[in-house]
Design a binder for this molecule. Structure first.
Ligand code: ADP
Ligand code: MG
Ligand code: ZN
Length: 360
């Protein structure tokens, strides 16, 4: 039977994902400090990224190019004018007291990714293509990092002001499998185009999962919980599965799911409440007065478009037509740039693509 999203008794699941991807620039988004990951604490910092009064941000051109490349690779509509905004909140690792982000005028919107779900190595014919909408992508700076010891805490601001894109999906995802497929595809694309190293341990690619359940046939979405910063695909899938059963249990025992932020404990395989959800108005967004409107020309976008390498889907279709290997296999191979490069170099040496694809 062809794939359809799973249901849980009388319930179905609605998921939207927010992905933060760190852009691979050498320097930070609003200052010239290095973005090197392993530098000693608080060595890659300056008055701008530590939020000294009177310091001024200067936008990194390379970060903008990378962000626009990501937008083109995810089928987004680009906004030639976009605006940076201040998102105000207090946190020890955010000395400025606000994060420079984009709010009502992000640089791109209305994209999508097509992902393959439902197939297995034994039954590849069951795979179907599912389209997941991308609401928007915006640029922002990262915060620093709090490091907790016994009885004290320290803050490392090396990461403050490193460039991120946040990719927000539509609530189109209907299972943990679909969520995993979307994340793997998105990470592969960002790595193909060379804008993100995809390193989940180092936090270069991290995901917040918004999960809700509703009665099958209901037209309105249920109340969602947001699971923060899960740092592996398997954990995202497991966190979602746990969250689905938790929410169904709450509803079936007569309770109400509350809108809140939760964290995933991988040791216990549960999600735990962190705080009630803040709303956009709590952040008092306003346009960043120290940066002007970001204007990008059609010509500049064309120039960026021409630098785009072959993306996973194009590569997959080429493998099918050029090498005659099954679409399912081609999809698995092209979902990782390194894997695809390995496959192609082996084929070059031994000239037997079908056999190589089976081995790989
Ligand atoms: P916020 O910044 O408050 O997290 P957004 O409104 O931008 O908010 O939504 C964040 C994510 O939540 C999006 O990916 C969206 O698709 C998803 N989402 C919104 N409503 C629901 C819902 N009822 N169930 C699951 N996901 C949802
Ligand atoms: Mg959110
Ligand atoms: Zn700096």
């Amino acid at each position: 039977m062809a794939y359809s999203a799973p249901t849980y008794g009388n319930f179905e699941v609605v998921i939207g994902l927010e992905v933060h991807a760190q852009l691979m620039t050498k320097t930070k988004i609003f200052c010239g400090c290095s973005t090197e990951f392993n530098a000693p604490a608080n060595t890659n910092i300056c008055p701008v990224c530590t939020g000294h009064p009177g310091s001024l941000p200067v936008l990194n051109k390379k970060a903008v190019e990378f962000a626009f490349t990501a937008a083109l690779a995810t089928n987004c509509k680009l906004n030639l004018n976009s605006v940076f905004s201040r998102k105000n909140y207090f946190y020890p690792d955010l000395p400025k007291g606000y994060q420079i982000s984009q709010y009502d005028k992000p640089f791109c919107e209305h994209g999508y990714l097509d992902v393959e779900v439902g197939g297995t190595p034994q039954k590849p014919e069951l795979a179907v293509t599912k389209r997941v909408g991308i609401t928007r992508i915006h640029m922002e700076e990262d915060a620093g990092k709090s490091v907790h010891g016994q009885g004290f805490s320290m803050v490392n601001l090396n990461r403050a002001c490193t460039p991120l894109i946040e990719i927000v999906s539509e609530p189109d995802i209907r299972s943990s499998e679909e969520a995993g497929a979307y994340l793997r595809k998105l990470r592969a694309i960002l790595m193909y185009i060379g804008v993100c190293d995809g390193n989940m341990q180092e936090g270069s690619f991290r995901c917040d999962a918004n999960v809700s359940v509703r009665q099958i046939g209901a037209t309105k979405f249920g109340t969602r919980a947001e699971i923060k910063n899960v740092n592996s695909f398997r954990f995202v899938e497991k966190a979602i599965e746990y969250e689905i059963s938790r929410q169904i249990q709450v509803i079936e025992s007569g309770g109400k799911v509350v809108q809140e932020t939760r964290t995933y404990d991988s040791g216990k395989n549960i999600t735990v409440s962190m705080r009630s959800k803040e709303e956009a108005h709590d952040y008092r967004y306003f346009p960043e007065p120290d940066l002007i409107t970001l204007k990008v020309s059609e010509a500049e976008i064309e120039r960026i478009r021409k630098t785009m390498p072959e993306l996973p889907e194009a590569k997959r279709d080429r493998y099918v037509s050029e090498y005659g290997i099954p679409k399912y296999d081609a999809n698995v191979i092209t979902n990782s740039k390194k894997f695809a490069e390995f496959f192609e170099s082996v084929v070059k040496v031994c000239g037997e693509p079908k056999i190589v694809s089976i081995w790989v």
